[in-house]
Design a protein. Structure first.
Length: 108
């Protein structure tokens, strides 16, 4: 395994599937897509392990949106970790005040 493919973490969701992200892909997420997530790896891992609820994407049945309420900048938001169940990977993550539409398939 080369440096760019080194795993940052791998966690098992409450639905029983494993999700991982490489260091290089997390770097891409936190520098290009969502810089405000830099340094929030532990929040992301905790969201995967202990979400409030999980929704299945309306567009792609293999995509799951894993949500947990967090406090960000002294306000309540949700961290959303978008995962691909078949690939076992994080697609992206973001902080939002709006929950995306989709079928809720799991709730704490």
């Amino acid at each position: 395994m080369n440096e760019s493919e080194e795993l940052l973490f791998e966690e098992t969701t409450p639905l029983g599937f494993k999700v991982s992200v490489t260091k290089s892909y997390w770097e891409y997420i936190t520098t290009t897509k969502h810089p405000h997530l830099k340094g929030m790896e532990s929040e992301l891992i905790f969201t995967l392990k202990n979400p409030d609820f999980i929704r299945q994407s309306r567009v792609d049945k293999d995509v799951y949106l894993i949500y947990r309420e967090i406090v960000y900048n002294n306000k309540n938001y949700h961290m959303c970790v978008v995962t691909n169940k078949n690939k076992g990977s994080v697609i992206t993550a973001y902080i939002t005040d709006r929950v995306k539409e989709g079928v809720q398939i799991w709730k704490k």
